[in-house]
Design a protein around this ligand. Sequence first.
Ligand code: MN3
Length: 226
Amino acid sequence: MKHLLPHLPYITSALEPHIDARTMKLHHGKHHASYVKALNLVMLSAPPALQDKSASWLLSHLNEVPENIRTEVRNSAGGHVNHSMLWKVMTPSGGVGALSIPLAKAIKHNFDSVEKFQDEFDEAGRTLFGNGWVWLIKSSDNNEKLEIMTTTGHDNPLSRGYVPLLLNDVWEHAYYLKYENQRSNYFRNWWPIVNWEEVSRRFDHSADPAEYHAEMIEKGNLEMFG
Ligand code: MN3
């Protein structure tokens, strides 16, 4: 199988009390695993030229995926790439102290302050109808422009030409066991475990996403960008 479920970079209880161990175990071991399985399955029907492509590449080039499998690839590759990125942008030792100076400046430039950015991000996620994701993205044609975006299902901003820097999961499976219907509490309690070092790293490398992506593929770190 080409697409593999990545190991969590911490144990399932590491993000307690912000995210409980049972949610992490199910989210990674059942939900994420099911998207990896579905992606491997649908790729059995893909043309040979697509067989060695990373899941991030597939999301960035959906128009090159045959129409009869495109929706399934979009959903399963999105589920795989989005969750792989989610595990990396969280850490037990999170906090804004790890925010790099260039990213802090860009956030201030676009949202006035880190606090206002967090409020806007929370609001966008809290009010998203149904299942989806909330993102901090960078426009690919303007280095200074940061935006908050929401997507439904497992759609990824890569498919629209944006560079994803931060994301949070707004599917109920991400929070319901602990927070039940209190989605706003889930968002508010999430910020202390955000891995700003990782988000800053993504921002630093986002000046030329095409070049960065090529470099990651060369290094065999196919999902690093996603
Ligand atoms: Mn999820």
